[in-house]
Design a protein around this ligand. Structure first.
Ligand SMILES: [Zn+2]
Length: 148
């Protein structure tokens, strides 16, 4: 999404939880505790993914997008489908999105990431707001064989 900014990635925290689980320091019941609200949100507003659940490995994870912000008024804290977000991003100045992954099988759930959306991201600079880090760095090599 064009106006996405201030992305916070929670994959490190997730890995830490999974490590704790593997080491037996926490139990599955500690992390597979999706509330009925979250499960409903996943069912009705969730975005299916092709990632397997790291706990039960029998279901694919579903991403739920929760939106927060003053401009949302009574809608704040509600789940929205992914398709609704770009529309909101063009009508509102700024709102926060929290993405939560949920397993419909074992109720595993964890925060995936959070970010800001909204028209404010279009004002001021073009590049700096949408700056992205490429983890692997290198640009695709272009070989010119000089054959004509
Ligand atoms: Zn699961």
């Amino acid at each position: 999404m064009r106006t996405q900014r201030q992305v916070v990635d929670y994959s490190l925290q997730k890995r830490a939880v999974l490590r704790e689980l593997l080491a037996g320091r926490i139990g599955a019941y500690d992390v597979c505790d999706a509330s009925p609200y979250l499960k409903n949100a996943a069912r009705f507003h969730g975005e299916p993914t092709d990632q397997r659940c790291p706990i039960c490995r029998s279901e694919n994870l579903i991403h739920v997008h929760y939106i927060y912000g003053d401009e949302l008024k009574q809608s704040a804290g509600q789940a929205r489908t992914r398709a609704e977000l770009p529309v909101l991003a063009m009508t509102l100045r700024e709102f926060q999105v929290f993405v939560v992954e949920v397993c419909p099988g074992c109720d595993w759930n964890h925060l995936v990431e959070q970010f800001l959306l909204g028209r404010d991201g279009l004002a001021g600079g073009t590049e700096d707001a949408a700056e992205q880090e490429t983890a692997s760095g290198s640009t695709p090599r272009r070989r010119r064989e000089a054959q004509r």
